[in-house]
Design a protein around this ligand. Structure first.
Ligand SMILES: *[C@@H]1O[C@H](CO)[C@@H](O)[C@H](O)[C@H]1NC(C)=O
Ligand SMILES: *[C@@H]1O[C@H](CO)[C@@H](O)[C@H](O)[C@H]1NC(C)=O
Ligand SMILES: *[C@@H]1O[C@H](CO)[C@@H](O)[C@H](O)[C@H]1NC(C)=O
Ligand SMILES: *[C@@H]1O[C@H](CO)[C@@H](O)[C@H](O)[C@H]1NC(C)=O
Length: 294
């Protein structure tokens, strides 16, 4: 109705303009059709991107280690891998102080990266067992791999993912085998600096009576013993020399920093962290800006 009224009420010159516009639009449309007939249809890309695998890294720490968590959030917040989805979380036992219930609630509200397990903070009291055995129950999702790491280790996530990519996704126990000089991953257990289990082994730890009956003692050693007793972890990989203790801190477990590092352990002092971050050029990624000058 409105259109008709417009055309009827239009004067002759504007009617001409109307038709001119009409044919112009028609022409453009027509050209487009011709054009799109010449161009071959675009096929969907045939490159198949391999599915990313997923890793949960639980850093076992203590409620009061606020400064360490702040620092490690920076360290892991600036890292990622194009081939793996890696979640880094902080893990500790029950809170013991009222102030913690406030400060840690704030941390969780802001960062959502803390798991509080049902255990009491104590050396050798089964925190590692509680960590692995709780995960299938408390996590809303599964991961391909679950890692346990110390809070004095520097993990490089991209090299870690590259190391894991060719390895089996099941029955896998990965890390730095003890004793330090050994290259045989079946000889004993993986160091607590950072070891990783495939999800099926995490589920097994939660279900089997073997770990449940054997939770007291040096935690990382226990994991090796459970797997041996259960005849588990047929696939093992010790990532030497890419994992090691900081130079000069632990005999044969230490060596110089090397470019292909996955993990450096025993970073107890700031000067050690600074050397490591400088060696791996971590802060060189910083973009230049008029807003700061370092
Ligand atoms: C937490 O651990 C205590 C002591 O081991 C146990 O009595 C309690 O049932 C556990 N609570 C939950 C929610 O698992
Ligand atoms: C941890 O805290 C919860 C809630 O306060 C309590 O029910 C549980 O018994 C505690 N567990 C241990 C092992 O102390
Ligand atoms: C674990 O301990 C329980 C109770 O002490 C016992 O009944 C069970 O046989 C033990 N299981 C294993 C695998 O050692
Ligand atoms: C850090 O950067 C320097 C200078 O660009 C380079 O020579 C060195 O290989 C880099 N180090 C690592 C571990 O990539």
């Amino acid at each position: 109705m409105l259109k008709w009224k417009l055309v009827v009420s239009a004067s002759l010159p504007s009617l001409a303009l109307f038709f001119l516009l009409f044919f112009f639009i028609l022409h453009v449309k027509f050209s487009f059709v011709v054009f799109s007939n010449i161009v071959p249809p675009i096929n969907p890309p045939l490159i198949t991107v391999p599915a990313k695998f997923s890793v949960l890294i639980g850093i076992l720490t203590r409620p009061n280690s606020y400064d360490r968590r702040h620092f490690l959030r920076l360290i892991y917040g600036i890292q990622s891998s194009p081939i793996a989805d890696i979640d880094v979380k902080f893990v500790f036992c029950n809170l013991t102080k009222d102030e913690q219930r406030v400060f840690i609630a704030l941390e969780i509200m802001r960062f959502n990266d803390i798991f509080i397990l049902n255990c009491t903070e104590n050396m050798n009291s089964g925190k590692t067992y509680t960590y692995f055995s709780s995960l299938p129950r408390i996590l809303p999702r599964t991961y391909d791999y679950v890692m346990k790491a110390d809070d004095d280790v520097f993990l490089r996530l991209a090299p870690l993912a590259i190391s894991l990519r060719p390895l089996p996704r099941t029955d896998l126990y990965y890390g730095f085998v003890i004793p330090c000089a050994s290259q045989n991953p079946y000889v004993n257990y993986m160091s607590g600096m950072g070891f990783l289990l495939s999800w099926d082994l995490v589920v097994w730890i939660g279900d089997s009576q073997i770990p449940a009956n054997d939770t007291y003692g040096p935690e990382d050693k226990l994991v090796g013993r459970w797997l041996k007793m259960g005849n588990k972890a047929k696939n093992r990989f010790t990532d030497k020399p890419a994992m090691y203790d900081y130079p000069g801190t632990n005999g044969k477990c230490s060596h110089d920093l090397i470019p292909k590092t996955v993990a450096v352990h025993r970073l107890k002092r700031w000067d050690q962290w600074i050397n490591v971050l400088n060696f791996f050029n971590v802060t060189k990624q910083l973009k230049s800006s008029y807003l700061y000058n370092l």
